[in-house]
Every structure is written in structure tokens, then in C-alpha cells.
Design a protein around this ligand. Structure first.
Ligand code: ADP
Ligand code: ZN
Ligand code: ZN
Length: 764
């Protein structure tokens, strides 16, 4: 199996008759590159030795004992006088040959060492020993959605450690403090800060080993499928029975019954004696979500997420390994559970960012799942109400089989959406309020008939981009067509993709108007406005301020539900999962903030967000209505959201992507050199840049190069950062070339660090 990887081939071939030899990859931080080392297996250990075993071996001239994993058992070695393996750790391979093969692929594809890839597939408990004693555990003192908001805010303010702590706790109920700091990138300072604010708590607890309590869950059985569901289910059954690799994209509006389709497909897989992997985004891995799977399949389900305690994770891993588990439900990392005999892999909400790993190995779960389904000859099912443009493009071009479910399972109507042109508010209606007259009228109507309203204010990209209040024009980079970011200190605008910088504008380049402003209305200001306009209304505000206390989020929702509040005003946290039947009106206050994001996926994210928000209206018997306020009433994305027209949105967007050469028409490769010595970092980046420019002349797969230049965030924790952006096809030829750049750097440089990321989420 190692023939596919040239650098693992060591072939001077000295015949050695009696000795058992193993090739070992070391867990050694200074040895980032995948050299394997040959060791002799002493007689007493020969019987127990297998590929994938963890071993201790002597290394270096001091013979320091280092941990490693056996990745091969060759007949020959080209080295004389091999050292001997000191010890075998554990009784079973941590990484069996099939998994090892996948790890090799990952290390190649995502530019990391084999050991780093192997770590994905081995629970931390197995590597570092499982602790059974009482420990200090950290857990959230606020609800996940609030924590998620806060985390985003810390990220924006570059409070990385605080963001990491929250990020980790969002995904788990509790986690040992030590682990939070040592493995998850938190700091004791950040923990102290968050504790003092009441966002998290730290308490001494027993190690909890159960990932869920089965007794709590009510048993459910399969529903009779609707016609749309039946078409998909019949097709899936056929594929499952044929044991063929087939990649399927299912687009189904929210409430069309996608989850029910998953459940029935998994049931079929289990009848065939095979197993299933079910991935959901971390943020969606809630008790309600788990309930649907445990309710149907009972204790044959294992739940895995990236921040289980060592003990829990170890137990789940073992249950899966022993074959006690038939369905693994979990976030991204559950893909690497030791599941054998896989019959189906499902990724729900495939468009979510959290499927992309932003730490090494920087893999995308969809790509890895594709690879796995090819290896295992099984079905891959991707699903979403608003598929990512890239995956939908693949489906349209025959790489996936496409199914669409366009109706809610109960035939419920989608809300009617109206777009309000905010330019007219200021200049025609002389209305300076952030609430348009049209929205005010609808709110009044709802108050009168006693129905509820949700108002949503997007704060992502808050006050960082500049737009014209008269014509709606957003100041974009001329080359990259993404919003320029406003820098207050220098009163300038810069592009986060190409680095283009200019003085802030004083007049609109499109219409000449002087009303050019950056965005910025807070929820508080709107709350005051609501109180002025509707003194009789009961208004609830849900944002990071009002939900920072323990249980704040639930308390507000509870009030909204039971205490006759009229209006719920909030940020991102009102967009997900709320299911109130008496909400009939939704208002999106500043759609523009969702559209002008410094990311080529801005439209895609905006469309998905509007679809989600508007979907909060009219979930009961009374049809819902939604109002989207915008300075760009002719913006294509807004208009497609208005008519719930995914297809139209896609057709428009794919033309833009093609024109500007963005994914899926190329891959964006982000090459980053970091280190404490700025001159050295710059020099390395320039060397790499020069190599790429030379290569570009004869490599048709590399389209363009930007940089090297200092990254948008030039320095983090005293490390200087230089980056190169590449548009290319990350396949075959150019991939091998990039791989060689990576390997050379790892071999020769100790003072600089190199990361190569394919289609990253953040470009900072
Ligand atoms: P989606 O995942 O597409 O948002 P769900 O699978 O969550 O949709 O379905 C929405 C609701 O409809 C759930 O409460 C589910 O139990 C119910 N449901 C789905 N399919 C059926 C069906 N065929 N018959 C009755 N109820 C169904
Ligand atoms: Zn203008
Ligand atoms: Zn640019």
C-alpha cells in the first residue's frame, strides 16, 4: 500500500533474512516531515507486532525514547545496524491499514505530516492515557447560541484564546480544564476572564463517560414517506442494496423531511448488516438532534463530537471498534471514528463552514467523505436547504445525483417576502428611523391582531464596510469584487484578498452622493426606537448583552413564548432553530450587512441566512410574511431570497464565480509563512513566491498568484505573517508541486512555519 507514496519508498534493498523490520513514523515535533525510520523488532515482540501499532523507539544519538506508529513491515532495509523497538504500546493497532491509507491521502492532499493525519483517527485518550479521577471541568454558563455570538465577537476582536475556550465549550457539555488549555488552545487567563463574566464555570467533577442517556429518549418509528421523500428513499434503497459508491446531493426546503429520509436510509443500511456515519454541523448537534437518532435506533447509536472528555471519547471509540455501534452521529471529527463496513455517509447542512477544518490537518469533511465512500463502495449523501454553490455545481455537472424536495412535508406555505427600499426612506419619506414605514405598518397590524414578530439585525461585518445611502453602492475592490474593509485609524479602505488599499471615499463613485457611510446600528438603538413607536408593545431584546447571564437565552425565549411578548429583536441567535407557531412576521433590518462581507461566498451566505430567517415566519396555520430592508433593492441575492428561488440564485451566482474565477472554477490556495524573525519570514515567502512564479510559466493549472505580502493581520503573538494567494486547480500536477514546496520547507526550516490551506474559510 505504500507504493503510492514515493517518499515512503526506501529502496536500496539490502537483503536481511531473519530480522523483522518495521517502518515507524515518529511523533516528534521537530520531525514534522514524514520520514519513516526503520527499526528491528526484538524476538519477544514479533508475535504482537502489526501495522498500525503504537510503539516506543529510541531516537537520536542520545536514544531518547519517542512514540511512533508502525506504518510498514518491509522485508528489507537499506540501513545497517538498526536500533530495536523498545516497547509495543497497547494490544491492538490504533490505526489499521485501511485507516492508514486514508491518513496518507489526507497528509498528501492537505499538506501535513502523516502523524498529524493519524492523530485525527486516534482518540486523545489512547495516545496520552485515560484519566479516571476527579478533575476540574469547565462548562458553559450561558446557552450555546449566545456563546457562539460571543465567540464570533472575540474572534473579530482577535481575542483568540477566549474565542477558543468558547468554541470548545460550545461543542461539549464539559471538558477538563487542563485539556482546554493544553489541547484546545485556551489559556488560564482567558478562562479566568470568562469565569469572571459569568460566561463559563469551572468545577471539580467526576469524569462522565456516557455521551447520552438512552433511557431519556422516546422511541419513534418510521413515518409513511411523502411522495417527494419516497422518490429519494427508493433511489437510496436501490443504491444501498447494490453496494455501489454513489454520491447524492439532496436539496430540500426546511421542513421537507430530510432527516426522515436519513433515518429510513440508515435503517436500510443496518438491515443489510452495514453501518452508518451521520455528520451534522457542531452548532446543530443539540439534544433534539441526538434525540431523533437515539429515538429511532436506541443504544446502537454513538455520539461523537470534538470535545468529549477523554474518557467519553475513549469509550465511544471502543464501542465502535468492537462493533457495538451501528450509527455514529457527530460533528466533523466523527468521520474518523473506527467504523468498519460503512454503508452510508451522510452530511446534513453540507453548506456549513464548520465542515472545513481551520487547524492542521486543514481538511474539508465533504472531500474526505467522498474519498471514503469511494474506498468503501458506499453511498454518500449530502443535504441542505441551501446547498453550497460548489456542491450544487458538481451535482449539475453530473458529479452527484441530484434530488430536490420543494414542499414542506405538510404542504405548509412558504412566507411571502417583501423588499423595502431604504434609500427612499431617507430621501422620499424623510424617515430617519432604522425601521421603514412599511415595516412599522406591518408591526402595528400584528400588534393589533395579537400576532408575534421577530426582528433580525445582522451584525456580521458590522460597521466595517462602506456604502452609499442614496444609490446603495457598496465600495468593492476593483479586482476581487468583494467589499473593502474600512480602517478607522488611517481612514482608508483595503481589500482582504489582494491587499489593494485606498483612501476612504467622500463621495459615491457611482452616483456622486455625499451620503457615504459605514454601517452601524445596534440592537439597543432599535429597541429604543421600538419603544418610541409602539409604547404599548412588549419588546424582548436578545443579543450578547441580554443573554450573557446563565440561562438568559432560555429565559428570553420562554418569555416570548409564554408571557405574551409581542416583538423579539435580536442578532444571529434569532435565526436558528426557533419554532414558534404564532410568529407571523419577520423583519430583516439591514440585509446589506449580510451581503457586503469580505468573502467571495458572501452572496451564498446571505441567501442561506435570509432563507433561514424568513423561514421563522408562518410555521403554524396562519401564513407568514417577511420584510427585508435594504439599500440595494435590486440586489440579485435579496430578490432570489424573496421568491425562495434557489435555482435562480445559483444560476446568477455561478456566472459571477466563473467571471471572477472563484471556486468551483478554481481552488484558492492560501500559503502562509510565519515566524518571529520578520526578515526571515519575508525571505522565505519570497523564495516560495519566486518558485511558484517560475513554475506558473509552464503549469496551466496555476492561474494566478497574489503576493507574497504581509497578511491582513500582520502579526499574531509576536509571529510575523506573510502570505501568498494562489488560484489554481489543486489536482495532480500543481498539487505535487505544492507538496514539494511544503516538504522542502519542513526539511530545511526550523525558524519559520508554513501552512498551505485549500479554500480556507478565513483569509486573515
Ligand atoms: P428537514 O430535516 O427537511 O428540516 P424534518 O425531517 O426535520 O425536515 O421534518 C420536519 C418535521 O416533519 C419533523 O417534525 C418530522 O418528524 C416531520 N415529518 C417528516 N416527514 C414526515 C412524514 N412523512 N410524515 C409525517 N411527519 C413527517
Ligand atoms: Zn451612490
Ligand atoms: Zn482585491
Amino acid at each position: 500500500m505504500f507504493e503510492i507514496v514515493p517518499y515512503l519508498l526506501i529502496c536500496k534493498f539490502r537483503e536481511s533474512e531473519k530480522l523483522m523490520i518495521v517502518k515507524v513514523v515518529l511523533n516528534n515535533k521537530e520531525q514534522n516531515i514524514d520520514r519513516t525510520f526503520d527499526y528491528e523488532v526484538p524476538e519477544g515482540l514479533e508475535d504482537k507486532m502489526q501495522i498500525g501499532m503504537r510503539v516506543l523507539v529510541p531516537f537520536g544519538f542520545r536514544n531518547k525514547r519517542v512514540e511512533g506508529i508502525v506504518v510498514g513491515m518491509p522485508k528489507f532495509s537499506d540501513f545497517d545496524a538498526l536500533k530495536a523497538v523498545s516497547k509495543i504500546l497497547g494490544t491492538e493497532p490504533v490505526c489499521p491499514p485501511e485507516t492508514l491509507k486514508l491518513c496518507l491521502w489526507i497528509s498528501q492532499r492537505y499538506f501535513c505530516s502523516l502523524y498529524q493525519a493519524i492523530r485525527l483517527t486516534t482518540p486523545p485518550g489512547m495516545i496520552s492515557g485515560v484519566s479516571e479521577k476527579t478533575e476540574n471541568y469547565a462548562r458553559l454558563a450561558i446557552d450555546r447560541d449566545t456563546a457562539f455570538e460571543l465567540k464570533e465577537e472575540f474572534r473579530r476582536n482577535r481575542a483568540v484564546a477566549r474565542a477558543r475556550v468558547l468554541e470548545t465549550l460550545i461543542m461539549t457539555d464539559n471538558i477538563p480544564l487542563v485539556k482546554l488549555v493544553k489541547e484546545k488552545g485556551g489559556t488560564y487567563d482567558a478562562v479566568r476572564y470568562l469565569t469572571s463574566k459569568g460566561y463559563i464555570t469551572v468545577e471539580s467533577e467526576q469524569v462522565v463517560r456516557e455521551a447520552y442517556d438512552e433511557a431519556k429518549y422516546e422511541k419513534t418509528t418510521a413515518y409513511t414517506p411523502t411522495e417527494e421523500q419516497k422518490t429519494v428513499i427508493d433511489y437510496l434503497y436501490n443504491r444501498i442494496d447494490n453496494e455501489e459508491c454513489d454520491k447524492i446531493l439532496l436539496r430540500g426546503v426546511t421542513g421537507s423531511g430530510k432527516t426522515e429520509v436519513f433515518l429510513q436510509a440508515i435503517e436500510r443500511v443496518m438491515e443489510k448488516g452495514k453501518n452508518a456515519i451521520m455528520l451534522v454541523p457542531e452548532i446543530s448537534l443539540t439534544p433534539q438532534m441526538v434525540q431523533r437518532f437515539v429515538g429511532r435506533f436506541g443504544n446502537r447509536v454513538a455520539v461523537i463530537h470534538s470535545a468529549l472528555s477523554n474518557g467519553e471519547r475513549y469509550d465511544q471509540w471502543n464501542r465502535i471498534k468492537k462493533g457495538e455501534v451501528r450509527v455514529v452521529v457527530g460533528a466533523r471529527s466523527a468521520l474518523f471514528a473506527p467504523m468498519k463496513n460503512i454503508g452510508i455517509i451522510i452530511l446534513d447542512e453540507e453548506h456549513e463552514n464548520s465542515y472545513k477544518s481551520e487547524t492542521t490537518p486543514r481538511y474539508h469533511a465533504i472531500e474526505v467523505a467522498e474519498k471514503m465512500s469511494e474506498d468503501a463502495n458506499c453511498v454518500l449523501l449530502l443535504a441542505s436547504a441551501t446547498p453550497s454553490v460548489t456542491e450544487y455545481y458538481k451535482a449539475k455537472n453530473g458529479e452527484y445525483t441530484l434530488f430536490e424536495m420543494t414542499k414542506r412535508y405538510n404542504e405548509g406555505a412558504m412566507p411571502t417576502v417583501k423588499i423595502v427600499d431604504m434609500r427612499g426612506e431617507l430621501f422620499e419619506n424623510k424617515n430617519r428611523s432604522p425601521l421603514s414605514l412599511a415595516l412599522q405598518a406591518e408591526i402595528k397590524k400584528n400588534l393589533f391582531i395579537g400576532q408575534k414578530t421577530i426582528l433580525f439585525l445582522n451584525r456580521r461585518g458590522y460597521s466595517t464596510f462602506v456604502s452609499c445611502r442614496e444609490c446603495g453602492e457598496v465600495i468593492n475592490c476593483p479586482d476581487c469584487s468583494i467589499a473593502m474593509t474600512y480602517h478607522k485609524k488611517s481612514d482608508s479602505l483595503s481589500c482582504h484578498y489582494c491587499g489593494y488599499t485606498m483612501k476612504n471615499v467622500t463621495a459615491c463613485p457611482e452616483c456622486g452622493s455625499k451620503y457615504v457611510r459605514y454601517f452601524g446600528t445596534g440592537t439597543q438603538k432599535i429597541e429604543e426606537e421600538l419603544k418610541n413607536l409602539f409604547p404599548e408593545a412588549k419588546v424582548l431584546r436578545m443579543d450578547t448583552d441580554t443573554t450573557s447571564q446563565k440561562g438568559g437565552h432560555e429565559r428570553i425565549l420562554d418569555k416570548f413564548k409564554n408571557e405574551g411578548a409581542d416583538i423579539l429583536l435580536g442578532t444571529q441567535m434569532v435565526t436558528k432553530g426557533l419554532d414558534f407557531h404564532d410568529v407571523t412576521l419577520v423583519g430583516v433590518l439591514a440585509a446589506d450587512t449580510a451581503l457586503a462581507v469580505d468573502d467571495f461566498r458572501a452572496n451564498e451566505k446571505g441567501f442561506s441566512l435570509f432563507t433561514q430567517v424568513c423561514g421563522r415566519a408562518g410555521r403554524g396555520d396562519v401564513p407568514g410574511r417577511a420584510i427585508i430592508q435594504t439599500y440595494q433593492p435590486f440586489n440579485a441575492t435579496v430578490n432570489f431570497a424573496k421568491t425562495h428561488d434557489y435555482e435562480g440564485f445559483y444560476k446568477n451566482e455561478i456566472i459571477q464565480r466563473k467571471r471572477l474565477n472563484y471556486p468551483p472554477f478554481c481552488d484558492i490556495i492560501y500559503i502562509m509563512v510565519t515566524g518571529e524573525d520578520e526578515a526571515l519570514v519575508k525571505q522565505r515567502a519570497e523564495e516560495i513566491g519566486d518558485r511558484i512564479k517560475k513554475e506558473m510559466k509552464n503549469d496551466k493549472n496555476i492561474f494566478s498568484i497574489l503576493g507574497p505580502a504581509p497578511a491582513p493581520i500582520e502579526k499574531i503573538r509576536n509571529n510575523y505573517r506573510y502570505r501568498i494567494l494562489l488560484k489554481c486547480k489543486n489536482k495532480d500536477d500543481s498539487h505535487g508541486f505544492l507538496r514539494s514546496i511544503y516538504e522542502e520547507h519542513e526539511k530545511n526550516n526550523k525558524k519559520t512555519f508554513l501552512t498551505i490551506d485549500t479554500n480556507p474559510i478565513n483569509m486573515y
